[in-house]
Design a protein around this ligand. Sequence first.
Ligand SMILES: Nc1ncnc2c1ncn2[C@@H]1O[C@H](COP(=O)(O)OP(=O)(O)OP(=O)(O)O)[C@@H](O)[C@H]1O
Length: 689
Amino acid sequence: MPEHMSRVQLFTLTQPVYSVDNDEKTGASLEFLVPKDLADGFVNNKRECYKFRFLKLFDQAAKQEEIFENIAKPVADSVLAGYNGTIFAYGQTGSGKTFTITGGAERYSDRGIIPRTLSYLYECFTQDSSMVYTTHVSYLEIYNEIGYDLLDSRHEGSRLEDLPKVVIMEDPDQNIHLRNLSLQQSANEEEALNLLFLGDTNRMIAETPMNQASTRSHCIFTVHLCRREPGSATLRRSKLHLVDLAGSDRVSKTGLNGQLLTEAKYINLSLHYLEQVIIALSEKNRSHIPYRNSMLTSVLRDSLGGNCMTTMIATMAVDKRNLDESISTCRFAQRVSLIKNEAILNEELDPALLIARLKREVQSLKEDLAMVTGEQRDDQLTVEEIQMLEELVKAFLNDSDPDVTLSLGPDMRKIQFCFSLLKVIYLHDGQASPAATVREAVIQDSNHSAVEMTRLKEMMAQRDNEIRLDLFLSGPQLSMGKQEAFKTFIRDHEDLLTIEDNKKQLKQRSAEARGIWEKQNEAKNRISKLSQQIYKSTIDRLKALATEIEHLQLLSERAKVKIQKDFQKWWSQEASSAQVTDLHFLYLSITNQTFYSGCVQNGKGMYADTVKLHYTHVHFRALSTTKLSNSSIPLTGDQQADADILAFIRARENLLNRTGNTHTHTHTHTHTLGMRMHTHAHTRTRRKK
Ligand SMILES: Nc1ncnc2c1ncn2[C@@H]1O[C@H](COP(=O)(O)OP(=O)(O)OP(=O)(O)O)[C@@H](O)[C@H]1O
């Protein structure tokens, strides 16, 4: 929104529907203005004005980047610090929940909170070398009060009902555990994104025209984070839930029946329980919070009250038709903003790490004792001992943990050997090569040193010559009388000039060699510095491009699956209409309903090159071919192929007739008037005592 227009009014044909004021000191306010003549049939026809306050309001022009920066980043930061975090999107069907949480499927810039948060988290991990982070991802779908694991690879070949159900278990400390929900480790952004797309595609595959999963189910994408200081036994675990709730449309309005009514009832009930929990949390001195009433509230138990920073985004399609839904969404969001949490750091001690640390302490104390009591040895190290020390130094250098120590015991021979080894490695190209083994490093070093050794030998020989000449000239080994005689002798000797000339030249060459060597060293250092600079400036861009390429590839893979599904739906519809109008096409057989095969390979996700898309083959069997042969379309003579060709032509004609043979495109979405609101529980943080 342009700055000079901080107050915005959107108009229906003649009357304003709502106005936004983002400039208020306490946050932002949204006011619905219901004209008297429109009030009939709305939530409360006695009122004409409904005003709500939120932390911030985003209109339809808001960019995904803005939503991430304002809403998701603060929550991600608190999760990085060790607190739990939840962002959930609430709103009526089609108002932009999935768009906000996951993102649009067309453009990279449309990616939503999940991919942006993942990117941000992994970026933070790489920048913070003082901590060791491990991440796992889970993706849960709740449909009709039953939980399913969206990362279960069996999704491709099974119906939703046949998949294992996620079961809630509670331990004696009332902690919730979810059986049959997989936690998949994701070492980097790419792996986490693959898991997100795997889950989203599984969600899409499970959809049938009767079960539009994205509309009728709740989805919870969770990042489980574990953070510890290197060498420390204290772990900090935190969770980030990113929740795409089912459409909040009220049953009374939807006028449904059958399966859709059942679904709507489940959704309304679970959102009702969610609301109850929220109300209970916002009431002071309330001891019982009814989490157990629904699966959604049970799963989100540690993410709504208690130890969590909860943020809610309410999405609305703010046009006249959706006014009652929008007001009801606002009321819900308003109640959520009343929750006050006391977030506590999730610190715990890892017993295995604690034992390892204590063992190291005992060992180090033993070594100190040996040093103090002077237990020293002076025999030579054996070959085995040397090999063992080489391995130890290698492990020490390869360990990325900056706090790692090299435990050698109180044996000075070992300590000295390791120091010498480290020096050799250090001198090898000025730095240790963690990739190469220590032995390799030593060998490489000796190769490298060979040249240097030759040079030094030459210099030494040169010096020796000089010295010898000096000795020769001064003749210190001679007696005094002889020395005098020798001096007189060589003064007139014919070779004296040559000798002195050689001496001068040797000095010059020596100085020249030293100069060249220094220059070469300088050049080497400059090259190394330059290449480091170039590497640094290009690597960031390359990383960003790689992520973008990966994301776009995943988007296009998902689009492929969607097109395939849409085609199948369209083809089935056309086939059934052809059945009605043309007795020549009697039945439809679907021979293969498998969409994917060979999904997850080496944890790479389902989009690796090896993935094959099995198209659904739809066969029309024509009982009579009379009509086929009369057709003006060139046919193949093969009964089944010809039936397919004619069915396709018929379907296409139907489509063209319907669209008036033009390219008119009717767009029915109301999101052009969409709005996203941000509100979250006011969280005071304090450390666990
Ligand atoms: N801010 C936006 N900018 C552009 N397109 C949007 C925006 N919000 C939503 N859309 C589009 O509107 C359509 C409906 O949005 P979306 O699927 O996110 O709604 P939803 O609330 O998740 O619906 P459902 O409850 O059915 O899952 C989608 O095609 C989506 O791409």
